[in-house]
Each structure stands twice: as C-alpha cells, then as structure tokens.
Write a protein that binds this ligand. Sequence first.
Ligand code: DQA
Length: 146
Amino acid sequence: MQIALINGPNLNLLGKRRPDVYGSNSLDDIVNSVARRANDWKLTVWSYQSNGEGELVSAIQEAAKNCSGIIINPAAYSHTSIAIRDALEASELPAIEVHISNVFAREPFRHHSVISAVARGVIVGLGAKGYVLAVDALGHILGRTQ
Ligand code: DQA
C-alpha cells in the first residue's frame, strides 16, 4: 500500500529558507524520515513537490489513482487554492494537512486554510516532526499495523 507526500511552493527551499521559522531540515531529510516511518507501517511513499498550483492538482489526481492516503503541505496555496481543495475532495482519500510552522502564531493571512475542511486532520506547528506524525495518523486511519 502506498501513500502520497505532496509539498507545495517554496518547500524545495527547506533548510535554507527562514530556518528560524521552518527549521534546518531539507525536504530530502523530511522525505527520508517519512519513508522510514512509513516502512514501519509497511507503507511505501510517493513523494512530489511543485511550485505550481496546476501541477499540485495533477499530483493529487495521480495520487487518487495510485495511493491510499495523502500527506500534504500546500504551503502558501493553503490560504488561497480552491483548485487544490477541490482536487483533494475529489480524490476521496484521507488527507492529513501539515504545516511546519504554527500558522496561527503568524500573520493573520496564514490563519485560514481553505484546505482544512476537506482534510481528515491537520498537524500544525510541530516542525518537520509533523510529517512523521502524519504518517502515524494515516497508518491508523488505513487500519495498518506496525
Ligand atoms: C507553511 C505555512 C504557510 O503559510 C507558508 O506559506 C508556507 C509553509 C508551513 O509549513 O508552515 O510556505 O505551509
């Protein structure tokens, strides 16, 4: 069984971009830690990052065909993208929305996510560890054992 790990714009810069906010882990570090945790649940991971909204919509549609759940950090598109929201809803997959930073402690425009209503759950402000916790959430939701 496979899960998708989808990351949105600027997350390719993790480790270099605002380490005070987003930490020192690179996206590769995060992908590796997600894959390791997924392996404990006998899950494989399909990972995708894009800076483009349409590409992210296509990736979600791809995940709907090949995966049983989604971990997604839509980054800035969380606050604006009805297209990504609609794609997630159409996928009918359990999705865990992850934000590395505590968006509620930041600028008001980050306080609302248009994605959250179609996510099964949301993990906010726990750093890179949030992605690993999202794997555990999906493992439970998908009825897997470790
Ligand atoms: C983010 C929070 C967003 O507001 C921001 O635009 C990002 C990253 C996070 O992981 O904390 O790019 O999704």
